[in-house]
Design a protein around this ligand. Structure first.
Ligand SMILES: C[S@@+](CC[C@H](N)C(=O)[O-])C[C@H]1O[C@@H](n2cnc3c(N)ncnc32)[C@H](O)[C@@H]1O
Length: 173
């Protein structure tokens, strides 16, 4: 499993459900950080668009397109008009982006999302409500528009104790 430049391996949830993504489909890695998932999908043959306000840590890879953008300063969605076969988000939540993020998935495309949820404040950061999913929030987000393949809301112990919520869902055609 390729690790990113910071030595971080892809999240187990993303690895587990990556097979839902159609071969060669374009992938958007939102708030990509060091690019562990961008690299993972690029190595699987997908063209990847990796968006972050700081793209300096992204791997240099022929299939990874870095897009430097502040997603929270009120600027227009940086990928207007573009559609992806999968959108991947981990350890990031900015609720105003959700409509654009779901619209960016083409029919039949896949949403893989994992981030912290309410209850995580017992273990440290993030602890502020705006950074923590509410109970069932990812399910509510996709209801009526996606078919849910897998969903979990649970305590994990790796890489550290945390309350997370995660979903793998396919957009209805
Ligand atoms: C906890 S890291 C997660 C990185 C990656 N998704 C992962 O799981 O390895 C959160 C990422 O969100 C990015 N981020 C935070 N605020 C942002 C903003 N306003 N616009 C764009 N990216 C932002 C940070 O630069 C950071 O890379």
């Amino acid at each position: 499993m390729p690790a990113d430049a910071r030595g971080r391996a892809p999240a187990a949830w993303i690895v587990q459900w990556a097979g839902l993504v159609a071969p060669g489909a374009a992938v958007l890695d939102l708030a990509a950080g060091g690019g562990r998932h961008a690299l993972f999908f690029a190595e699987r043959g997908h063209p990847v668009t990796a968006v972050d306000r700081d793209t300096s840590g992204l791997p240099s890879h022929p299939r990874v397109e870095p897009v430097t953008a502040d997603l929270e300063n009120g600027s227009p969605w940086p990928l207007a008009g573009r559609r992806f076969g999968a959108v991947v988000v981990t350890n990031y939540l900015h609720r105003p982006l959700m409509p654009a993020l779901l619209d960016a998935i083409e029919p039949g495309g896949v949403l893989l999302y994992q981030t912290f949820m309410i209850g995580n404040e017992r273990f440290g950061r993030p602890s502020r409500p705006e950074f923590l999913l509410r109970d069932g929030e990812l399910l509510e987000l996709v209801r009526g528009r996606f078919s849910v393949t897998a969903y979990e809301a649970r305590l994990v112990s790796e890489p550290a104790m945390a309350m997370v919520q995660r979903i793998a869902a396919r957009k209805l055609v």
